[in-house]
Design a protein around this ligand. Structure first.
Ligand code: HEC
Length: 130
């Protein structure tokens, strides 16, 4: 019984983090990088134009990068991607995807993806091709 209350508190602390982008003033990343409603919609439905790539994307990257509450940069949310790619470059982003990064598993869960596949997906996700 004793364990239940702290768990509930933790859960509600997490919940209150999402969707609140009105706490500006600090210039912090999250406040500046909130996606627009259009971007959230785009992420929900968009897939790469190439059908083979789209199939791989749909069963891997899409799971996390299409949902705002997955803490992954949203597909098509250019601002969030620009910050990452200016820090690491495209090659750095590819390397992070392959090795895994914080909550993202290695290969972004696409174990049969080639470097070319991953690079193309990253380009698509970062909003270079829409
Ligand atoms: C299980 C969820 C999950 C899946 C599946 C996933 N990602 Fe991610 N991805 C994340 C999360 C979470 C982050 C943010 C990590 C962070 O900044 O702490 C992220 C970040 C990234 C980044 C930015 C890395 C950086 O250096 O800032 C790239 C690039 C990326 N993902 C590409 C992909 C690609 C390509 C796929 C599909 C092949 C994919 N992801 C699949 C969860 C996922």
């Amino acid at each position: 019984m004793r364990g239940i209350l702290p768990v509930l508190l933790l859960l509600s602390a997490c919940g209150s983090n999402t969707g609140d982008n009105s706490s500006g003033g600090t210039g912090g990343e999250a406040a500046d990088l909130a996606p627009s409603a259009e971007q959230i919609d785009f992420a929900r439905t968009a897939v790469p134009a190439d059908s083979k790539l789209a199939a791989k994307y749909e069963r891997s990257c899409r799971t996390c990068h299409s949902a705002i509450d997955a803490a992954a940069p949203l597909t098509g949310h250019k601002e969030a991607w620009a910050a990452r790619s200016s820090e690491r470059g495209q090659a750095g982003l590819l390397a992070q995807t392959k090795s895994g990064f914080n909550a993202m598993p290695a290969m972004g869960l696409c174990n049969d993806c080639s470097d070319e596949d991953l690079s193309a997906m990253i380009e698509f996700m970062s909003g270079r091709t829409e």
